[in-house]
Write a protein that binds this ligand. Structure first.
Ligand code: SAM
Ligand code: FES
Length: 352
């Protein structure tokens, strides 16, 4: 059997059984061949289209604070970065962002920020309740890091229905090289389980090509996704930020990110899978390539123009100067050019 046909068979097996052995997963992830990449993404597109047709869902991202009490080594808004220009939106500004997003056709809002102690359980509950009251037909997603079960419950009761908390890496040893000692792998994983237990639609995910990541770590990520069965998975290449410990580390590979998107689509057929801003930053057509590899979500920015350039997790982030209306126009055109359509919908998981 030729090398290529061996890999085609692996892709067929994955599409059929949603599973491979660890060795098969690692050889498939690291087989760099354009013909094979196209074969794998074709399989992923077929599955994606079975459940979601040609629809691409938009999430309006409101980056409402870049203060953070954590010091993740990779992140541009970590507490130790004294050069980051810090900002916080007011409750009124956040609600106004959701109103303007609604008028533009967004039916999901993602409130994302650093772990900012100013935004107490109470304040976040009040913001969620205000948006829920004004936009009862929309999904509200929170992405504000690790908190107590009580807070997660309170926000769920206030009207939040989804939560994004990337696990970052499913290997404890690798996690500990990416984070300082005051951050705990076990706690992050526990938070994910708690969110799922409460009833949120939960999103986890990892950076691709973060420093010291090994093939075995990515296989551990895939095993974790199979076991955890999240509704959403956010992955993007690691991109260095000049004011972090990882400033001189190489960026993650776009091609590997695309292969992983296809593999994730095949192991979790109904998953909501964004073509992330990091992917669009690493490659001018990264988001289109992501959709063609099996992704079905995009997350344009709804934050006010004057703060967009300040939520800088990594260098050269795209779309920091555009207004939301421009972003949506640009994305719709990009998506149409590759034969897909942006739709006005909450974009819940198929069959949820
Ligand atoms: N504070 C919240 C949390 O911890 O989940 C949400 C904000 S956090 C900045 C969102 C995600 O950005 C992280 O989970 C991480 O995967 C990603 N990120 C941070 N720095 C990055 C970098 N240098 N390159 C690529 N992605 C990065
Ligand atoms: Fe907190 Fe990045 S270190 S958001």
């Amino acid at each position: 059997m030729s090398e290529l046909s061996y890999y085609y068979e692996l892709a067929d097996k994955l599409a059929e059984t949603r599973d491979l052995t660890d060795e098969e997963f690692s050889s498939l992830l690291f087989f760099r061949n354009p013909q094979f990449a196209e074969y794998l993404s074709q399989k992923a597109r077929t599955i994606r289209e079975r459940y979601y047709g040609k629809s691409v869902y938009l999430r309006g991202l409101i980056e409402f604070t870049n203060f953070c009490k954590n010091n993740c080594y990779y992140c541009g808004i970590r507490r130790g970065n004294a050069t980051a220009e810090r900002y916080r939106l007011t409750e009124e500004q956040i609600v106004t962002c959701s109103d303007s997003g609604y008028a533009l056709g967004f039916r999901t809002f993602v409130l994302q920020g650093g772990e900012d102690p100013y935004f107490t359980e109470e304040r976040i509950a009040s913001i969620v309740a205000a948006i829920r009251k004004r936009h009862p037909d929309c999904a509200i997603t929170l992405s504000v890091g690790e908190h107590e079960e009580e807070s997660y419950r309170r926000w769920f009761e206030a009207g939040a229905d989804r939560y994004l908390l990337r696990h970052e890496t499913a290997s404890k040893a690798h996690y500990e090289r990416l984070h300082p000692q005051d951050m705990s792998f076990t706690h992050r994983m526990q938070c994910l389980k708690t969110l799922q237990k409460i009833g949120y639609q939960v999103g986890c995910g990892m950076m691709v090509g973060s420093p010291w990541q090994q093939t075995a770590d990515l296989v551990a990520d895939l095993r974790f996704l199979q076991e955890f069965q999240p509704q959403m998975v956010g992955i993007g290449p690691f991109i260095p930020h000049h004011d972090t410990d990882f400033a001189d580390q190489p960026a993650g590979s776009v091609e590997l990110t695309l292969r992983l998107l296809s593999v994730i689509r095949l192991i979790l057929p109904k998953v909501l899978l964004p073509a992330t801003t990091a992917l669009g930053t690493a490659d001018a057509f990264g988001r289109e390539k992501g959709i063609l590899a099996g992704a079905n979500v995009m997350m344009p920015n709804l934050s006010p123009g004057d703060v967009r350039g300040k939520y800088l997790l990594y260098d050269n982030k795209i779309c920091t100067g555009d207004e939301a209306a421009e972003c949506i126009r640009c994305l719709s055109i990009r998506v149409e050019r590759i034969g897909y359509q942006v739709v006005e919908s909450r974009g819940d998981p198929a069959g949820f």
